[in-house]
Ligand binder design. Structure first.
Ligand code: GLP
Length: 240
């Protein structure tokens, strides 16, 4: 696991963009696994700026998102589908037909998404991390071999995400559809962005702790090509 410690969020986003750009320009039909949340927003802004300034093209890029809330309309302002359009897809030359965000509420929907993923091989999977160490929406206790599945969100995640729902926990969806850890681990390369003190505990567990389902991100210690870009606040509990 390669760890890059940056001064702050902006430097983290710029560093992560360097990794992303190398992959995106390595071949025209690159396959990206994408993530939502506040962590990758700065990286997406760098990608948009680079597209505008340097013409980096996403014409043949295919994307597969990690997760989506259950029971939320695709075009709801808080859906991850809307998030991706607003933060990336609408601002680059990607073909909407090449973008995929999971959607649904049952086993069949999960299997259908996994079938789509089976047709490709993700070159780079972008990840954030939850305060409890979740990746995608794989909450503590999720078996490492799990594929795309329906998740019951933990109270800690519902609380963390209430900021997007008028700070009202009752408005936060209670379930999500998420790539599993088994799905995530298949990708050739993983890029994680993390910022802020509220993630420091999770970063410590992921990097220095034992590999355990209690800390889902610790599984990344078993992946051969992981780059974690953190800011100083998120790195503050690391022992070295
Ligand atoms: C959400 C998402 C994750 C994301 C995490 C952190 O629940 N499902 O994919 O990495 O929480 O979000 P943020 O970057 O906003 O802190």
């Amino acid at each position: 696991m390669k760890l890059i410690v940056c001064k702050d969020y902006d430097e983290m986003s710029a560093k992560a963009f360097e990794v992303m750009k190398e992959v995106v320009t390595s071949k025209p039909d690159v396959v990206l696994g994408l993530a939502t949340g506040s962590s990758p927003v700065g990286l997406y802004q760098c990608m948009v700026k680079d597209h505008e300034d340097n013409g980096t093209s996403y014409k043949n890029v295919r994307t597969y998102n990690l997760d989506e809330y259950v029971g939320i309309d695709r075009n709801d302002p808080q859906s991850y589908y809307t998030f991706m359009k607003e933060n990336l897809f609408d601002h680059v030359d990607i073909d909407p037909a090449n973008t995929h965000v999971p959607y649904g509420n049952c086993k069949e929907d999960c299997e259908a998404y996994e079938k789509e993923l089976d047709k490709v091989s993700i070159d780079l999977q972008l990840l954030g991390i939850g305060r409890n160490g979740h990746i995608g929406f794989n909450e503590p206790g999720t078996p490492f071999e799990e594929l795309t599945h329906i998740v019951d969100l933990t109270p800690s995640t519902i609380e963390a995400n209430a900021r997007f729902f008028d700070n009202d926990m009752n408005k936060v969806p209670k379930q999500a559809i998420s790539m599993g850890i088994g799905t995530i681990m298949k990708s050739k390369k993983i890029l994680m962005v993390v910022s802020g003190t509220d993630k420091a505990e999770a970063v410590k567990g992921m990097v220095e702790g034992p590999v355990t389902t209690d800390m889902p991100a610790s599984v990344l210690q078993n992946h051969p090509d992981v780059t974690v870009v953190v800011d100083e606040a998120a790195a503050s509990l690391l022992s070295k």
